[in-house]
Design a protein. Structure first.
Lengths: 296, 425
């Protein structure tokens, strides 16, 4: 009797995991394994039936001159959007955590509202806003004497335009997470700090930022994953152009699989993508989480 | 009494069977179609299908609006790989070799007659042929045409009724039409815009005008760095980089609004946007042939109708009936009026409604008249990748990052690697 109960308590956690494990297996783990398997086969418009070909697909990836541009775009996109999104999110979260009455509510809604717009609709909206001739953005820039920027037409400006759209679209979500993090910081800490005579800045420096550590780790990981996965905005706004200057990793995988119908190459790219993401997340969780936990 | 009831039973049976014989052998067809302009044209297409279904009680066509050309091709490919191809579908004409490589379509030789084919414009038929068989029937077809803003022409002291007819004239006019901010030198109005997005298609037209072509599908040759092609790209770089009278990059969807907003004075775009420009432009504009070099020249574009591979004979026959219905001269004329596409058959322009319509709007005849200088569109297996390679070369060159020769040499190397198998055969 007691031994079977013991067994049950041992098994129980695993039983709880079964539903999510089943879903993950079907929709995540199996596709990853299957992509890995497919990546060793040549399969494209010329060879419809898969032919085993070792690492030929991986080698072919590096032969494409576009691949270098794609990697650069993805890295630039991630490095450009994550810090700015995080900074904006944190700034707005701290400001909106203050007692500002009804203004606070309005601003909270205003900041979070881009997050609620579907990505494709946001992309279409941005296409019109960034239109060099009749777009609002150039219209306002002109008032400040900024010369016409061709935005999505321009090799230099197309990616920044998508990055700006992504920052606008995403920072509200991260702000919400930061707000939740801020509300978890015990009020006594601030109380005792003000008794000690600490001002706004030292409270920020010695209480708020350190205690937001775990939230920041989560935000960074989440930020990396969303920025590496960017697809919708590119698909809607530029389709990777001009001259692949907005072609990012996931869009490139899509191009290879569904436009070029080259499943071997697309699978090889997918596997590389998964490995890079796993390594990044592993490093982050390992080295950051250790330093950010404070016991209160 | 007994006899009476038997009789009435028999009568009832006869009535029942005569009421349902249709359902007993109803042939259901799936039909994938893309349209450039989502809302209104999808409704028009559904109307056509309803009319066909009403005329053929034993056939039911189920229309599936499948987005743009790319998503449609993806849906077709997925369906074919899943062993369940659509019965009838429209995809972009250059996809023919890919469809053949995937074993996705049926040849249509058993259905077509010489008489049927001879009425279509020859340039439109070209992309339907491969290996001596016919596979696709022209439906929504277009060519690029040249639009110019007559008000801007007058402003610049040019004859508003005379568009440029050669590359040299085009360059000269574009210089005159470009307006720059006197202080900053920044361009306020472009002289000419060669629309991006499908700039590969427009470039093929320039190469044709220069007396060459990039890919010969029947001969299986691909020459992207011929002197004629290099010269054409040098001309583009001249306009975009040296003279700065044309924007180096743009997107397909945004340039017609640019033209309508007066941000560019001359525009290279599909005849498909004529209706949009006509409805939105607040100024007089003209439609003309693409300016020539050695000769006038253009490549046709648009979508053909195909029948899915391996469907049962009765569905194949029903599918052909549907194709015939969609391509009669009357329907070709009607679709042209509804959509702005070029009617695919000569006799469509003799249909009374069409005569009346083109008398009122002679602009719609320009694309048809240009067909005598037009040829089939570039096609090859793995066409989408070929397109991307060419587009990258064009965009890099017009951005001034590399010379036209170097860009096209690079493209040639990639094309050789990609199509090596196919070219050698």
């Amino acid at each position: 009797m007691s031994s079977s109960r013991l067994n049950l308590t041992k098994i129980r956690p695993y039983l709880y995991l079964v539903p999510s494990l089943a879903l993950l297996s079907v929709f995540t783990y199996f596709p990853i394994l299957y992509s890995t398997y497919l990546s060793f086969f040549r399969q494209n418009v010329f060879t419809l039936e898969p032919v085993f070909d070792w690492f030929a697909n991986y080698a072919a990836v590096f032969e494409e001159p576009v691949f270098k541009i794609v990697v650069r775009n993805t890295v630039v996109y991630a490095l450009g959007t994550i810090p700015i999104t995080m900074f904006l999110a944190l700034l707005m979260a701290i400001l909106l955590n203050e007692q500002l009455g009804w203004i606070r509510d309005i601003y909270r809604v205003a900041c979070f509202y881009p997050t609620m717009i579907p990505m494709a609709a946001a992309g279409m909206l941005a296409v019109w806003l960034f239109n060099p001739g009749i777009g609002l953005i150039n219209h306002y820039l002109k008032m400040f004497g900024v010369p016409t920027i061709e935005w999505l037409y321009d090799m230099k400006w197309a990616l920044p335009a998508i990055m700006l759209t992504a920052i606008w679209k995403n920072f509200g979500y991260f702000m919400l997470i930061y707000l939740a993090g801020l509300q978890n910081i015990p009020g006594e800490l601030y109380e005792s700090a003000s008794i000690e005579g600490c001002g706004f800045w030292s409270r920020l420096r010695y209480i708020t930022l350190p205690l937001l550590g775990p939230t920041t780790v989560f935000v960074v990981i989440q930020g990396i994953i969303t920025s590496f996965q960017v697809f919708d905005l590119v698909y809607v706004m530029t389709q990777g152009g001009p001259a692949d200057r907005t072609n990012v990793f996931v869009y490139y995988i899509y191009q290879n699989a569904f436009r070029f119908w080259d499943f071997g190459q697309a699978s090889a790219l997918t596997v590389m993508f998964v490995i890079v993401l796993l390594i990044l997340v592993f490093i982050l969780t390992r080295f950051m989480e250790r330093r950010v936990h404070y016991e209160v | 009494m007994k006899r009476k009831s038997i009789l009435s039973m028999a009568l009832l049976l006869v009535v029942l069977f005569s009421a349902f014989p249709v359902n007993a052998q109803l042939v259901r067809l799936t039909y994938y179609y893309p349209v450039g302009v989502a809302g209104p044209l999808a409704r028009v297409m559904n109307e056509y299908v309803e009319e066909f279904n009403a005329l053929h009680p034993n056939i039911e066509v189920v229309p599936v609006y499948s987005g743009d050309y790319d998503p449609t091709m993806q849906k077709v490919q997925t369906a074919v790989r899943g062993g369940n191809p659509p019965d009838v579908f429209i995809v972009e004409i250059s996809e023919l070799p890919t469809l053949l490589a995937m074993n996705a379509i049926e040849p249509l030789d058993e259905f077509v007659t010489d008489e049927f084919l001879s009425d279509f414009f020859p340039a439109f038929l070209e992309n339907g042929y491969s290996d001596g068989h016919i596979w696709g029937i022209p439906f929504q077809r277009s060519t690029p045409v040249f639009y110019w803003n007559k008000a801007h022409f007058e402003e610049a002291g040019l004859d508003p009724e005379k568009p440029p007819t050669t590359w040299d004239e085009l360059r000269e006019y574009a210089e005159k039409l470009t307006v720059r901010d006197p202080q900053t030198g920044e361009v306020i109005r472009w002289g000419v815009t060669i629309s991006g997005g499908w700039n590969d298609w427009l470039f093929q037209c320039f190469v044709r005008q220069n007396g060459s072509k990039l890919i010969d599908y029947q001969e299986r040759t691909a020459v992207f760095n011929s002197p004629e092609a290099v010269e054409a790209l040098e001309f583009w770089v001249d306009l975009t980089q040296n003279l700065k009278v044309a924007p180096p990059h743009s997107t397909w969807a945004s340039t017609p609004p640019d033209f309508v907003a007066g941000r560019t004075s001359m525009l290279y775009h599909s005849t498909g946007v004529l209706t949009f420009i006509m409805d939105s432009a607040q100024f007089d504009f003209g439609v003309g042939f693409l300016p020539g070099k050695v000769s006038y020249g253009a490549e046709v574009g648009g979508g053909n109708l195909f029948i899915g591979k391996g469907i049962p004979q009765e569905r194949k026959e029903a599918a052909w009936k549907f194709i015939e219905f969609l391509t009669t001269p009357e329907m070709a004329a009607r679709w042209s009026r509804d959509s702005g596409y070029v009617a695919t058959r000569k006799s469509a322009y003799e249909v009374p409604e069409m005569v009346e319509y083109t008398n009122e709007n002679p602009e719609y005849l320009v694309a048809r008249d240009q067909l005598q200088y037009a040829a089939g569109k570039m096609m090859s297996p793995a066409f989408q990748r070929v397109r991307e390679i060419l587009k990258t070369a064009l965009d890099e060159a017009t951005a001034g990052r590399t010379t036209p020769k170097a860009a096209l040499d690079q493209a040639q190397t990639q094309i050789n690697r990609l199509l090596g198998q196919w070219l050698q055969q």
